[in-house]
Design a protein. Structure first.
Lengths: 261, 302
C-alpha cells in the first residue's frame, strides 16, 4: 500500500491473477470478440487498399494495399489496446467495481494496473495476429522476417494501453473517451503514415509529430512486412518502451489519487 | 493476539475530518460492531483498517502487522464483504470463487477443493454452474460472504452486510455470521440496524462525525446511557399530553406525533395513561436504538 501518491510502484507477480481473470471473461466471448476486432480494420484495408489502390501507382515502393496493410496492423493494434484500456478497464474499475474487489484481496493497485496493461496489450496482440494471418493469406507479406512484427505489436499495445490508462484514471464517465479519440487517436492515425507516407506532410508537421508512438510502430512494421530490417530499430523500440513506462507511472499516480484517497 | 488494533486514527479530506481520533481493539473470536449514522466515518475507518487509504495520523495493526505499510501481507488473512455488490457478472458462482481465490495466490486445485464447502456454508450448494445474473439479491450477498471466506481468513470485515435484503435473507446472513464467530473467526461489522448490532455484536463502538462516542457490549451501552424503561405514546394529542405529563418520566422527547418517555419507574406514567383513553401507547424495555438516538440525535443525516 502506498503512503504517498508518488511512492515508486511495488510490482509483484500477482498481476497475473488479474490477467487471468480478464482472459477467462474473454474466452467466453472469444469468437465474436476476434471477429469484431478483425472486421473493421479488414474492411478498411481491403476497401481502401484495392479500391483506392487501383487508382494509385506504387506507394513507397510497394502496392498501395501492401503499404496500407502495415499501417492497418499498427492502427488496429492501437485501437484494440486503447478500447481495452478505456471502455473495458473503466467498466471494471468504475462500473462493476471489479478493481475494488481485487484491492480488498492482497493485490495492490500496481498489480491490478499491470494486469490490465498486459491484458490490453495481449488483446491487441490477438487482433494484430488475426490481421497478420490475413496479410499472409493474401500474399501481401512473404518473408519470415514479417513474424518480427509480433513483438512490435505487443510493444505498441503496451504503449497505447499505458496511455489509455491515464485517460481511464481521469474519466468521469464513458463520454469522456470521445475527446481522447477525437483529439488524439484520430489525428495520430492520420499523421503516422498509416494511410499515406509521412513525407507527404509539411516538414514542420513531420518534425513536431515525431513523438507520436504510432509513427515508431509503423516505421518498424512496414519494413518487417517487406522482409527488410528496419532502420533505427533500436531507437523506435526505445521510444515505445519509454512511452510505456512513463505513461504507466503517470497512470498509476492518477489512479492512486482517484481510488486510494 | 488482538487481530485488529486501531489507535488514534485520523483521516482528513481537505478541511473535512472524516475520522477524528478513533481508537479501539478487537478480541479474537468476537464480533465488533461499528455503529453510526450515514456519513459518520464507518466505511472510511474500515478502508484505513484494510490499508486502502493512508491515514493522516494514528496507527492500525491488522493481524499483528502495521497497516498501510504491510497491508498486502495483512490482507492475506482477511476477508471483506463490501457494502456494494462487486461480484463478477460475467462468471458463474464457482468461477467467482476460483478467480477471487487466485488473488490470494492460492492454487486452482486448492480453491476448487474448497468451493463445495463454501457454497454449502452460504446456502448455495449445487449452484456451482449458476450464472451470476440468475441469483437473487440475498443469494448474491451470501456468495459475497462465501467469496470473503475463500482464503479461510482469521478476520472478516463486513460493511453493512444486510442492507437492502428482505427479512428472511437477513436472518440467514445473521445465522451464518454467528456460525463464523462460533468457529473462532473475528468479525468487524458496520451497520445502522440496531437489531443487527444487538444480536450479533459482542462489542460495539458508536461513531458520529468521525469521533468514537462510546463503546461497550450492547447491554453495557443500554445500562450506561439510557433509562431502562420506555413508554411510547402515539397520536395527535401525544405532544400536548407530553407537555403536561413529561415530569412523570426521567426524560421525555417528542418526535412528530410520538412522545418517548424514558423512565426508571414507569408506574405513575402508566397510571396516568390509563385515564387518558384517547392515547395509544406501548411500554417496552430500552434498546440499542434508544441509545443510538440519544447519542447521535434525531436529525436526518444525508
Amino acid at each position: 500500500m502506498i503512503v504517498s501518491l508518488y511512492a515508486p510502484p511495488r510490482l509483484s507477480s500477482r498481476w497475473f491473477a488479474v490477467w487471468q481473470r480478464n482472459f477467462l471473461v474473454w474466452r467466453k466471448m472469444a469468437l465474436p470478440s476476434i471477429l469484431g476486432n478483425l472486421a473493421d480494420p479488414l474492411i478498411y484495408m481491403l476497401g481502401l487498399g484495392y479500391g483506392l489502390g487501383s487508382l494509385l501507382p506504387e506507394v513507397a515502393g510497394s502496392s498501395y494495399v501492401a503499404f496500407l496493410a502495415a499501417g492497418t496492423v499498427c492502427a488496429s493494434t492501437m485501437n484494440a489496446a486503447t478500447f481495452e484500456a478505456l471502455y473495458s478497464a473503466f467498466s471494471r474499475m468504475h462500473v462493476q467495481k471489479t478493481w475494488e474487489a481485487m484491492l480488498n484481496a492482497p493485490l495492490e493497485l500496481e498489480d491490478v494496473m499491470l494486469g490490465e496493461l498486459i491484458w490490453a496489450a495481449t488483446k491487441s496482440l490477438l487482433s494484430g495476429c488475426a490481421i497478420l494471418v490475413v496479410i499472409f493469406g493474401l500474399g501481401l507479406a512473404t518473408s519470415p522476417l514479417a513474424l518480427g512484427v509480433l513483438p512490435v505489436i505487443l510493444l505498441t499495445g503496451l504503449a497505447f494501453a499505458a496511455l489509455g490508462l491515464i485517460i481511464n484514471a481521469l474519466a468521469p464517465s464513458y463520454d469522456f473517451f470521445m475527446y481522447y479519440f477525437t483529439l488524439f487517436i484520430t489525428p495520430t492515425t492520420l499523421l503516422s503514415g498509416v494511410f499515406f507516407p509521412r513525407e507527404q506532410l509539411p516538414e514542420a508537421v513531420q518534425g513536431v509529430t515525431q513523438i507520436l508512438p504510432l509513427i515508431h510502430a509503423v516505421q518498424l512494421v512496414r519494413p518487417l512486412l517487406r522482409g527488410e530490417v528496419p532502420a533505427q530499430a533500436g531507437l523506435h523500440v526505445a521510444v515505445l518502451l519509454a512511452i510505456t513506462v512513463a505513461a504507466f507511472l503517470v497512470a498509476l499516480v492518477l489512479t492512486r489519487r482517484r481510488l486510494l484517497r | 493476539m488482538q487481530p485488529l488494533v486501531v489507535d488514534s486514527l485520523v483521516k482528513r479530506y481537505g478541511d473535512f475530518t472524516a475520522v477524528d481520533g478513533v481508537s479501539f481493539a478487537v478480541e479474537p473470536g468476537t464480533c465488533f460492531g461499528l455503529l453510526g449514522p450515514n456519513g459518520a466515518g464507518k466505511t472510511t475507518t474500515l478502508r484505513c483498517c484494510l490499508g486502502l487509504t493512508a491515514p493522516a495520523s494514528g496507527t492500525v495493526r491488522l493481524n499483528g502487522l502495521p497497516v498501510p505499510e504491510s497491508a498486502r501481507e495483512a490482507r492475506l488473512q482477511a476477508g471483506v464483504v463490501p457494502q456494494f455488490d462487486n461480484l463478477d457478472p460475467d462468471f458463474t458462482v464457482a468461477e467467482n470463487l476460483l478467480v477471487y481465490g487466485r488473488y490470494f495466490g492460492l492454487a486452482d486445485a486448492a480453491i476448487r477443493a474448497r468451493i463445495p464447502e463454501l457454497l454449502d456454508f452460504a446456502g448455495l450448494a449445487g449452484k456451482e454452474k449458476a450464472p451470476l445474473r440468475s441469483l437473487s439479491g440475498g443469494m448474491k450477498r451470501r456468495l459475497t460472504l462465501a467469496r470473503a471466506l475463500v482464503n479461510d481468513p482469521d478476520i472478516v470485515f463486513l460493511d453493512e452486510p444486510t442492507t437492502g435484503l428482505d427479512p428472511q435473507a437477513r436472518h440467514l446472513i445473521w445465522e451464518r455470521l454467528k456460525a463464523l464467530t462460533a468457529r473462532g473467526k473475528t468479525l468487524i461489522l458496520t451497520t445502522h440496524f440496531m437489531d443487527e448490532a444487538e444480536r450479533l455484536c459482542h462489542q460495539l463502538a458508536v461513531i458520529d462525525h468521525g469521533k468514537l462516542i462510546t463503546q461497550g457490549s450492547p447491554q453495557e451501552l443500554i445500562v450506561t446511557h439510557i433509562e431502562p424503561q420506555v413508554v411510547e405514546v402515539f397520536g395527535e394529542d401525544a405532544p400536548r399530553w407530553a407537555e403536561t405529563h413529561g415530569p412523570l418520566a426521567d426524560r421525555c422527547e417528542v418526535s412528530g406525533e410520538t412522545a418517548f418517555f424514558y423512565c426508571r419507574e414507569p408506574a405513575p406514567l402508566l397510571a396516568a395513561l390509563s385515564s387518558a383513553p384517547g392515547l395509544r401507547y406501548i411500554h417496552r424495555a430500552a434498546n440499542l436504538e434508544d441509545v443510538f438516538i440519544k447519542l447521535t440525535g434525531r436529525e436526518l443525516r444525508d
